[in-house]
Structures are given as C-alpha cells and as structure tokens.
Design a protein around this ligand. Structure first.
Ligand SMILES: Nc1ncnc2c1ncn2[C@@H]1O[C@H](COP(=O)(O)OP(=O)(O)O)[C@@H](O)[C@H]1O
Ligand SMILES: [Mg+2]
Length: 263
C-alpha cells in the first residue's frame, strides 16, 4: 500500500491570471522514482502547473498531496521543506560567484564565530560541493571556477545539482535543455538518469520530444490549461513523436469527455 502512494498528487488544479485561464482543472500524479515528461505548446500551462507545485504560485482551486498527505504549498520555502525543488527555465545562477557559492547560495554554512561575526565555512562547503558533483558524475574543472566561465551544459548541471543537494525528493526541471547544444543536452539527460538511479522523482518540461522520449517513463500533454493525454513512453521515436504532436496541436484529446462532466 505505502509503495503505491504517489510521491505527488495534484487534483483539479485551477489558476487564472486576470482573464486568462492558465490551468482549468489539471490532475497530475508522480510516482516514486519516476521521470514524468510534461509537454505542450507555448502557453499550455506547463510552467504555471510546476510553479504551483514548487510554491511560486498559489492555485485558485485544487488539492495537493505529498506522499499521501494533503499539503498547502504556500511558498517556495514550504515546497523545499516538503522536498520539492524547481530548476527554472532561466537558470538563476550568480555569474560572479564560484561553483561552491552557487551550490550553497542562500544556505551558506557558518562555522567559527569571532565575537558577533560568523565566518563562512568555505572549506566544508567546497568539500560538500565536490562530493555532490562526484556523486552526480558532473565534470567541472574546479569548484572554485566562476560559473560565468563554464559552458551552458555545466551551468545547467550546477543549477540541477543545487536543486538536488538537500534531501530533495522531487526535482522539477523547466526546459533544462532549451538553450543547450546537442552534446550539452546529452550531459543534462545523463544527469536526469543519474538522479533517477539515486531514487529521485523528476518532472521534466521540454519542447524537445526526443529528450522526453530518452529519459521519461510517462508523459502528460497539456493544451490550453487542460490535460489532454497521459501515457507511458513507449514505441519507436517517430511513432511516439507523431502521436504526441497530435495531442499537442489539439487534433486529439483523451479527456474532452471528462471535461464536459467536470465544468
Ligand atoms: N504571472 C503571470 N501573469 C499573467 N499571466 C501569466 C502568468 N504566468 C503565466 N501566465 C499565462 O498563463 C498561460 C500559461 O503560461 P505558462 O504556464 O507559462 O505556459 P507554458 O509554460 O506551457 O508555455 C499563458 O497564457 C501565460 O501568458
Ligand atoms: Mg513555460
């Protein structure tokens, strides 16, 4: 029983922005140790749904359960306490800081105190960062390198490493490969596989269906704020892509019936 309780369950999530119905009653289940792909056209509601889960937006309606318990995710801090972290599309790394400082940004370790002054425990943070990058098989020349000097793939890897550093159960990635070359994307996808191998549960948003196909166990297609398709990722890539595109562009819709029942 406990094994089948989803790590995340979102029920009937609605979110409006003024007159825009960004989410019109979306259900989403993420199982433990699963990689779930979230796809859909621009403005389908993908980022909004994930911002609801990560505490950046409060939904107008709907319920969220984490490992079976109903929760109110009222802030990103609350989401973090629940083990949920989101890596944003426009990754927020501090360019002028080194790798270690970015990994620990906002949660620096303090060590000695000289009177009222705390000193950052740089050594421990560097060791922890090295351990983290090794564990995730991320290849960075030095944890003292300024992140602005690293490649796009390395930067994305650090943003993901940071998100997964602290007892993270659910890692959400919003278009992690959008700005990357094919080689750098491969590195990020390897990292997704590694996180899964280590027991993480992951939701990945991507408009590159090849990426979804490569790493996801299951996928959800959103269109105009509704779920129109939910299925395992199987078959040949061409066949997969053709079918998924039909849902993305609105030629097919598995939930049109239930929508009538619901609204
Ligand atoms: N903060 C916001 N204020 C106003 N409208 C928003 C906001 N965030 C998202 N939207 C609108 O909600 C809809 C869904 O957006 P979004 O979730 O970003 O879609 P996607 O990530 O699938 O491209 C769009 O019409 C978008 O313009
Ligand atoms: Mg988006």
């Amino acid at each position: 029983m406990a094994e089948t309780t989803p790590v995340v369950e979102m029920r009937n999530i609605k979110k409006n922005f003024g007159g825009v119905q960004a989410l019109r009653g979306v259900d989403l289940v993420l199982h433990k140790n699963e990689v779930l792909g979230l796809v859909g056209d621009n403005a389908a509601g993908k980022s909004t749904l994930m911002k609801v889960l990560s505490g950046a937006y409060i939904p107008d309606e709907g319920e969220i359960f984490i490992e079976g318990s109903k929760v109110n995710i009222t802030s990103p801090m609350r989401a973090r306490q629940l083990g949920i972290e989101m890596v944003y599309q426009d990754l927020a790394l501090a360019d002028n800081l080194d790798v270690t400082a970015n990994v620990f940004l906002g949660r620096e370790l303090l060590s000695r105190k000289f009177g009222p002054i705390s000193v950052l425990d740089k050594h421990t943070m560097e060791q922890e960062t090295k351990r983290l990058l090794d564990r995730l098989k991320i290849d960075i020349p030095s944890v003292r390198a300024n992140v602005e000097r690293l490649s796009g793939g390395q930067r994305q890897a650090i943003a993901i490493a940071r998100a997964t550093a602290f007892d993270t159960k659910v890692t959400i990635m919003d278009e992690p490969t959008a700005a990357l070359s094919v080689a750098a994307s491969g590195m990020v996808l390897d990292l997704v596989r590694e996180l899964k191998a280590q027991g993480n549960s992951i939701i990945i948003i991507s408009h590159r269906l090849e990426d979804i196909y490569e790493v996801s166990d299951r996928l959800i297609v959103l269109r105009q704020g509704r779920k129109v398709r939910e299925c395992p990722v199987i078959g040949e890539l061409d066949e997969f892509r053709e079918q998924v595109v039909a849902y993305i562009i609105g030629a097919r819709d598995d939930f049109a019936e239930s929508r009538l029942g619901r609204s």
